[in-house]
Structure formats: structure tokens, C-alpha cells
Write a protein that binds this ligand. Structure first.
Ligand code: ZN
Ligand code: ZN
Length: 120
């Protein structure tokens, strides 16, 4: 299955994405692709990095680690912490916050560059 945004090949799987709609989240650009009732495919519109993912923090912050705020994507944070180990907040994550995770910011930049400029 090809992503409607970046064209990357994704394993054919149908999961419930963003509520009730069948689709998949692209492994390359992390955009949610949806199959409509008529069999056509659509995707979420482009969003700047700071308006795309909810913020979250580790449930049990390690003593030696700062209590960073992470970008929570589907299943895990952008830096790889499983979603189950994170408390997700109602506000969105921003790469420029004082406590923003550097790993998430790096990953968010990479994901953002995978969106073709002419499709934003
Ligand atoms: Zn994609
Ligand atoms: Zn992170």
C-alpha cells in the first residue's frame, strides 16, 4: 500500500486510525492515510511540526533523566518510548519548548522533511 503523501510502500494493514476510520499511518512520513467508503484514499493535511503531535511525559521519570516533554505519535513517542509508558497531555508538543525532548525534535524534523514541499 502506497502512502498518498510521500509514496512510500507500507505493509498492507488496516487499523483504526484516528477513531473509527480504517487506514494506516505511513512508516516513512507518519501521515495517517484513510480509506473512504467508496474505496478511495485520503490523508490528513499537512501540519507544521509544532501542531502535529500531542505532548507527553514518562509516567515514571528516571532520577538521572530530565523530565522531558515528548511528541506522542501512534504507538510510541518520536524518540521511541512506548506510548503505554507515557502520560499524554491535552496540549500539543512543540520542538522549541524549554523542556522539549531533543530526540523527538530531531525525529520530527526528519519526518517533516519527508513531506513533499509542493504538497504542503
Ligand atoms: Zn508517507
Ligand atoms: Zn522524546
Amino acid at each position: 500500500m502506497r502512502c498518498a503523501v510521500c509514496g512510500a510502500a507500507n505493509r498492507p494493514r488496516r487499523a483504526r486510525v484516528h477513531g473509527e476510520r480504517p487506514g494506516f499511518t505511513c512508516v516513512h512520513c507518519r501521515t495517517a492515510n484513510f480509506e473512504d467508503a467508496d474505496g478511495s484514499w485520503t490523508h490528513l493535511p499537512y501540519r507544521p511540526v509544532g501542531e502535529r503531535w500531542p505532548a507527553g511525559k514518562r509516567r515514571k521519570a528516571c532520577v538521572e533523566r530530565r523530565d522531558d516533554e515528548h511528541a506522542v505519535a501512534e504507538g510510541a513517542t518520536l524518540c521511541g518510548i512506548p506510548e503505554a509508558a507515557v502520560t499524554v497531555y491535552r496540549h500539543l508538543w512543540t520542538p522549541t519548548g524549554a523542556a522539549s525532548c531533543a530526540g523527538c525534535a530531531r525525529s520530527a524534523g526528519e519526518v517533516d522533511r519527508r513531506w513533499p514541499a509542493d504538497r504542503r
